[in-house]
Ligand binder design. Structure first.
Ligand code: PMP
Length: 410
């Protein structure tokens, strides 16, 4: 199979047109944050240049326009992830805030000794808020073990579900390893055991078609900035009945129906979970990112990304002295977006710094997944991650640079 000729798509990303030193920028850190297409930058600029006003408030033209644009994005997000109602889409500041809102919001519903299961591969954002919930309520947290090849251990999961957990927190795609959970099965199993489910989709939305109704999860969360949109905006999707029973983490303006010093009544969804002035320009930018994504030949891009991932893994292995992490033993699951590796016994940080000197941007460290790293008996690793703009040349430049690093270090 051939790589998809997507130069016209890549051309829409202004940051990628630069050179650093003598080298063209080779950006392989999309899992940390994606670059932004011109359409997203333009949509945000246009809002500030023409329509800047607060939403949901004033009777004037600018506010009407801003409100229409803002609410249109809610509709767009609902379609994008196949939610049933647009009131099920809450704008937050990102995945981290979305998970915190759920963990805080469930406080009154969680009892001492209730069990919360968390994916061992989870990002810290999908661990720490649950630990705080456990501190407040006396709930107990148990990690869902991984198999030796770093995939979620289905048998161990099945065992844990027999204890009837209250909630299961899963990642869709691991940000550290690019491993993918069989999410539909995992949710169905959790439902059978009577558990609520939250899926962290931060690393999935840019790569996979998301259908929350088919998935049947209670909560699905993600960030705008990992799907070609701006930072500062994210989504909390929740099943209407579940969202409606969350205690609001933030209270104040916008989220109320009536306020008096005797009694305050909260508004309806989605407002009751959106206190204060939202990130209006960022929401509009997220809308532009979705429009951009929906205008692309998604199937061809998906095939292109798969080809790139295989090429990347293969070229790394061909280089020698490289260990890959999170590659399934029987190749039954291919990784999405990210490839994790180390160079022989070299420290990941040294590799990252030397690559940077050749304009290759990757991430090194624990990837906000310290429990996963300790499971893999690593202090950290290198991660190269791809996006829709990544091409074969990027991989070749990276491999060439890594070869130079190897010669320096080994
Ligand atoms: N979960 C996963 C899987 C992630 O990759 C990230 C971002 N690294 C987060 C949660 C946190 O997202 P944010 O920093 O945008 O809140």
């Amino acid at each position: 199979a051939d790589f998809y000729d997507h130069q016209p798509i890549r051309d829409q990303f202004p940051t990628l047109k630069q050179t650093i030193g003598d080298h063209p920028l080779c950006y392989l850190d999309t899992a940390a944050t994606s670059q932004k297409p011109q359409a997203v930058i333009d949509a945000m600029t246009e809002y500030y240049q023409l329509n800047n006003a607060n939403v949901h408030r004033a009777a004037h033209q600018l506010s009407t326009r801003a409100t229409q644009q803002y609410e249109a994005v809610r509709q767009q997000v609902a379609h994008f992830i196949h939610a049933k109602h647009q009131q099920e889409i809450i704008f937050t500041h990102g995945t981290t805030e979305s998970i915190n809102m759920v963990a805080y919001g469930l406080t009154a519903q969680v009892q001492p000794n209730d069990l919360i299961l968390i994916d061992t591969a989870a990002h810290h954002a999908n661990i720490v808020p649950w630990q705080e919930l456990a501190k407040r309520t006396g709930a107990i947290i148990k990690p869902i073990p991984l198999t030796a090849d770093a995939q979620l251990d289905i048998n161990a999961y099945e065992q844990l579900l027999q204890a009837k957990p209250t909630l299961v927190a899963l990642c869709h795609v691991s940000n550290a390893l690019g491993t993918v959970n069989p999410i539909i099965d995992l949710i169905a199993m959790a439902k059978n055991a009577g558990a609520l489910t939250l899926v962290d989709g931060a690393q999935a939305v840019a790569h996979l078609e998301i259908d929350v109704q088919q998935m049947d999860c209670d909560f699905y969360v993600f960030s705008g900035h990992k799907m070609y949109g701006p930072t500062g905006v994210g989504i909390l999707y929740g099943r209407f009945e579940q969202l409606n029973t969350l205690t609001p983490m933030l209270t104040g303006g916008e989220m109320i129906k009536t306020v008096s010093f005797d009694r305050t009544e909260y508004g309806e969804l989605p407002n009751r979970l959106e206190a204060g002035t939202p990130a209006i320009a960022e929401v509009i930018g997220l809308g532009a990112a979705i429009t951009f994504l929906q205008g692309l030949p998604r199937e061809q891009i998906k095939a292109h990304e798969q080809l790139l991932m295989r090429y990347l893994q293969q070229q790394l292995l061909n280089l020698g002295d490289i260990t890959l992490y999170g590659v399934s033993n029987d190749n039954s699951q291919s990784n999405i977006g990210s490839v994790a590796f180390n160079v022989a016994n070299e420290h990941h940080q040294d590799v990252g710094i030397l690559l940077d000197q050749q304009a290759v941007a990757i991430r090194c460290g624990h990837h906000c997944a310290m429990p996963l790293m300790s499971q893999l008996k690593l202090s950290g690793c290198c991660r190269a991650s791809i996006g829709i703009y990544t091409n074969k040349h990027d991989i070749d430049q990276f491999i060439h640079a890594l070869n130079t690093v190897k010669e320096l270090l080994l």
